[in-house]
Ligand binder design. Structure first.
Ligand SMILES: Cc1cc2nc3c(=O)[nH]c(=O)nc-3n(C[C@H](O)[C@H](O)[C@H](O)COP(=O)(O)OP(=O)(O)OC[C@H]3O[C@@H](n4cnc5c(N)ncnc54)[C@H](O)[C@@H]3O)c2cc1C
Length: 512
């Protein structure tokens, strides 16, 4: 029986576990990553990475060539009676966004993350399902199905919807099934439909969606087809059966008879569930990503929510492991992230009910109200912003509530800070996001500012760097920015910053 010590055991090498492992390694934490599968998944699964997700990948150095390999087709056209009724544009995310959403397959996103994790010196241990765990005051002992055991100080379950970590910790996962079956197929097809965006055909029997996808080395002929098919059998379906069903459904629901499906790269039958873990923490064990929350795939919020959890938890664990913060800081993870998951569950549930509900009222709503409302530019901007998760703020979280400086003017403590051009103290050019990820940034309005940098460095360790903002940003005060790009503190009296930081690291709250 092997026994090993590590700071953090990450269970599951999906997008959540991979981002967590990269962010921890960047902050100097020893990590092991185990996964039950025999190797990387090759099927696409998720196919949209919203703006916030692309930003997280950029900060941890894992974006690679994803923008070049992916489509940035950011419209969805809704049809009525076979005719285009409205095109919703998801591109307009307002100022401060350098990364639009990408139509990227989950397999590609995971490949970039594995590459980055390899660069950071950590390999994934495949064929390593966890089957047992016990914790005491100093750590967690985990058993793998092979019989091997691992000892770690902290364990994070990023092991998906059926999380063994969650079950072993006895954390309830209440919720409900929302729909009957959906069919999904990634098909190669000759289909003269505009590939600059997605398409949705509402229908009395259920909607059908088509989203263009790209596969390296192939002509642009890959489409994701997804249809609500509530009356079909729940039994396992072969690829042939699902593709045949789409050959029938596409003409029925779209009115188009010009699709010629040649093959499929992945098919699936799924039901939509909505579930949220009762808690994200049991002493030394945490949950993140689908292990903590699942919801409808409509809206593509799964990856972005999971990797946001990972980025939030990573810097807190790093500070506690280095002995710079007490374990009270770790409670802020659930306090900041679970309310967001509650919002995501609510929004995606509403969107799903609107799309698949077949009451006369919902049918009326879809035809007569939603289409004209969706045509309003302000509504489109709002929808883009919600889907992007760029709006996420922890203003109401324990680390931000009650900070008095500049309460009225954004950005407020807890808000996301967009990427900004800035300079090192020696005058060389850089930008905010290339310095975050590995640590904190103290952003100064000008070179000569008297900030207690030594005191802040002593509190945060080597993981803090001072930058000067470009004059064009019109910043007048000192700002401390967390590794996950949220504003920790701002003000013109930096001595207050030291007091706030000491308190936050010890108590996990902004004010006594
Ligand atoms: C049809 C469909 C379409 C979707 N579309 C989108 C989209 O467009 N955009 C989006 O953001 N999201 C989308 N999602 C959701 C997205 O796929 C998930 O939210 C995402 O995969 C969650 O990532 P994760 O890392 O938390 O979990 P997972 O991706 O589920 O990864 C969990 C990992 O844990 C491993 N594991 C499981 N059990 C164990 C164990 N006992 N021991 C060790 N390892 C274990 C698994 O092998 C796996 O590698 C979609 C989902 C579906 C079903």
């Amino acid at each position: 029986m092997n026994s090993a010590e590590t700071d953090v055991l990450v269970v599951g090498a999906g997008p959540t576990g991979l981002v967590l492992a990269c962010a921890l390694r960047l902050q100097g934490v020893a990590v092991r990553v185990v996964d039950a599968a025999s190797g990387p998944a090759t099927t696409s699964r998720a196919n949209i990475l919203h703006a916030r997700g692309a930003e997280v990948l950029e900060r941890i150095g894992a974006l690679g060539d994803l923008p070049q390999r992916s489509l940035t087709a950011l419209t969805i056209t809704q049809y009525l009676d076979g005719k285009p009724a409205v095109t919703v544009r998801f591109g307009d995310l307002g100022p401060g966004t350098t990364r639009p959403a990408l139509y990227a397959s989950q397999a590609d996103v995971e490949a970039q993350l594995r590459r980055r994790l390899g660069e950071l010196g950590t390999d994934i241990e495949w064929n390593s399902a966890i089957s047992g765990s016990e914790q005491n005051d100093s750590g967690v002992t985990t058993t793998l199905t092979s019989g091997d055991t691992l000892r770690c100080r902290w364990m994070v379950g990023c092991d998906g919807a059926h999380s063994a970590v969650r079950k072993l910790a006895g954390i309830a996962f209440p919720g409900a099934r929302l729909t009957e079956r959906f069919l999904l197929a990634d098909v190669y097809a000759e289909w003269p439909v505009d590939r600059s965006g997605g398409h949705g055909w509402p229908h009395r029997d259920g909607p059908l969606f088509a989203v263009p996808m790209r596969e390296a080395g192939r002509p642009d002929d890959l489409w994701r087809l997804m249809a609500y098919d509530p009356t079909g059998s729940d039994d396992a379906q072969s690829t042939e059966q699902i593709v045949d069903r789409f050959r029938q459904l596409v003409p029925e629901r779209t009115g188009r008879t010009d699709i010629r499906i040649t093959d499929a790269s992945w098919t699936s039958v799924f039901h939509v569930h909505r579930r949220l873990a009762d808690t994200y923490r049991d002493r030394r064990v945490f949950l993140a990503g689908d292990a903590a929350h699942i919801h409808s795939p409509l809206g593509g919020q799964g990856i972005v929510t999971g990797i946001g959890d990972a980025e939030n938890l990573a810097w807190k664990l790093a500070l506690v492991i280095e002995g710079r913060a007490t374990t009270a800081l770790l409670d802020t993870y659930e306090a900041e992230r679970r309310p967001l998951a509650t919002d995501v569950l609510r929004n995606t549930t509403t969107a799903t009910r609107l799309q698949v509900g077949d009451s006369p009222f919902l049918r009326f709503l879809r035809r007569r109200l939603l289409v004209p409302i969706a045509a309003i530019p302000a509504v489109q901007r709002r929808a883009s912003r919600v889907a992007s998760q760029l709006w996420v703020t922890y203003r109401q979280g324990p680390l931000s509530r009650g900070i008095r400086s500049h309460l009225g003017r954004p950005p407020r403590p807890g808000d996301r800070i967009p990427n900004l051009p800035s300079r090192h103290l020696d005058g060389s050019r850089t930008d905010l996001y290339s310095q975050l990820g590995k640590g904190w940034v103290l952003l100064l309005p000008s070179h000569g500012d008297a900030v207690p940098f030594t005191a802040i460095g002593a509190l945060l360790g080597h993981n803090v760097i001072a930058l000067v903002s470009e004059p064009t940003t019109e910043q007048r005060d000192v700002r401390l920015i967390r590794p996950d790009a949220h504003l920790a503190w701002r003000g013109t009296e930096p001595r207050r910053l030291t007091r706030w930081l000491e308190h936050a690291l010890q108590c996990g709250t902004a004010t006594p």
